[in-house]
Design a protein around this ligand. Structure first.
Ligand SMILES: Cc1cc2nc3c(=O)[nH]c(=O)nc-3n(C[C@H](O)[C@H](O)[C@H](O)COP(=O)(O)OP(=O)(O)OC[C@H]3O[C@@H](n4cnc5c(N)ncnc54)[C@H](O)[C@@H]3O)c2cc1C
Length: 368
């Protein structure tokens, strides 16, 4: 079996290293010596997660199916049930995946990769203490990672997450607010030991300032007094969503013997901006391709399994945020049980984008 370096120990890198090690590959998993908390809501639709043999995610602390409020910019509010939504601290989730990969036989190198150099024999990877060549590299180092830069990929049409992790803040409800500013939405997620708050938007469609003002006003009416000024560290972090440049980017990276996965590959959902699931999926698929000695098929696997659904997600995004669906979804859902169930299923990832319009139309014409 060939030697492989997986760079990054988030959902994508953890899943890739776990799959590779279980399949008997020689794999080094590079993770920072002191991993921090990834800027992330940490919400995962459990039903939609790929089964990862050896990963005992069920044992992790989480907030399960919190009561959920959805509001729009006209003041309409509804309560819904997000069946199967689990919210984790990312530090716990990522560490458990890395441990699972280690138990399966991956060698965890606790140091950041500083240099990657593809050459005719493979890929040379250098960190502070290691200088080693591998047959293949799995690039799982996220939106701002070295692997993307090494193969000369620009970031394109990215979403941004702006927010904070608030340790010690106890909130009961998950709140989602559609702000009426292009395709932005704000959230409060209860999590073990605190809460995550923030706003997601597409850069260039609204100004940072208007989004910050809308977030402040949302937090002002949603959080208890004393928490409204976003104490503690804040972040502004890219969420690279699936788009027309995604698959060509994977093909380009392949020429340097690098399989990009997760955020490094730009795979997050363009509507919800959810990326943990796609990190886990792409990490597992990259491992399968390498184990089958067919790494060249990896871009085709991504295109075949995600391409069409993501195309529908892009169309649904316009409908959802700017079109009639967005305008009427919340008030209609309040009155109409069928439409409300479609909305719940969509947000809990139980409804595919490809069948969305049809199901909404069917629900709307049946009595609620
Ligand atoms: C504000 C915000 C909120 C979000 N909320 C959600 C949510 O609720 N649900 C959801 O599904 N998605 C959410 N996302 C998206 C989600 O966080 C990402 O899509 C997901 O983390 C991608 O996983 P990944 O493994 O590809 O990358 P990452 O999680 O970014 O992991 C990359 C890892 O690589 C490591 N690394 C980087 N450089 C190096 C190096 N040189 N050497 C070694 N290691 C390195 C990093 O330390 C990190 O651990 C959110 C994103 C943001 C910004």
């Amino acid at each position: 079996m060939r030697s492989i370096a997986v760079i990054g120990g988030g959902p994508a890198g953890g899943a890739a290293a776990l799959g590779l090690a279980r399949g008997g590959a020689r794999v080094d998993l590079y993770v920072p010596s002191r991993p921090g908390e990834k800027p992330c809501g940490g919400a995962v639709p459990e039903a939609a997660l790929p089964p990862l043999e050896g990963f005992e995610g069920g044992k992790l602390r989480r907030v399960s199916e919190p009561p959920t409020l959805i509001e729009n910019d006209r003041g309409s509010r509804i309560e819904i049930r997000l069946a199967g939504i689990e919210i984790f601290r990312r530090r716990d989730f990522d560490a458990a995946l890395v441990s699972a990969a280690e138990r399966a036989g991956a060698v965890v190198q606790r140091q950041k990769v500083e240099h990657i150099e593809p050459n005719e024999r493979g890929v040379r990877v250098r960190s502070r203490e290691i200088d080693r060549s591998y047959d293949w590299v799995v690039g799982a180092d996220g939106a701002r990672g070295l692997t993307r830069r090494t193969v000369g990929l620009q970031s394109a049409g990215e979403s941004i997450g702006l927010g904070a992790s608030l340790s010690g803040l106890e909130v009961e409800n998950l709140v989602l607010s559609f702000l009426g500013l292009a395709d932005s939405y704000a959230w409060v997620f209860p999590r073990p030991g605190g809460a995550s708050v923030g706003v997601a938007y597409t850069s260039g469609t609204v100004s940072d300032d208007s989004v910050r003002i809308a977030l402040a006003s949302f937090l002002d009416r949603t959080l208890p007094p004393g928490w409204r000024q976003l104490p503690g560290p804040r972040y502004r972090y890219p969420i690279p969503v699936f788009g027309p440049a995604t698959v060509p980017g994977l093909r380009k990276a392949l020429l340097s013997r690098i399989l990009l996965v997760g955020d490094a590959a730009s795979l997050a959902d363009p509507l919800t901006r959810e990326g943990i699931r796609y990190g886990l999926l792409s990490g597992s698929w990259a491992a399968d391709c390498l184990l089958a000695e067919a790494p060249g098929t990896y871009p085709d696997v991504i295109a075949a399994r995600l391409g069409l659904e993501m195309e529908y997600a892009l169309k649904a995004r316009d409908l959802f945020f700017a079109g009639s669906v967005g305008r009427w979804m919340v008030p209609v859902s309040r009155l109409h049980r069928g439409v409300r169930i479609v909305l719940q299923d969509l947000l809990a990832c139980r409804q595919s984008y490809s069948g969305l319009t049809m199901r909404l139309a069917r629900a709307a014409f049946n009595p609620g």
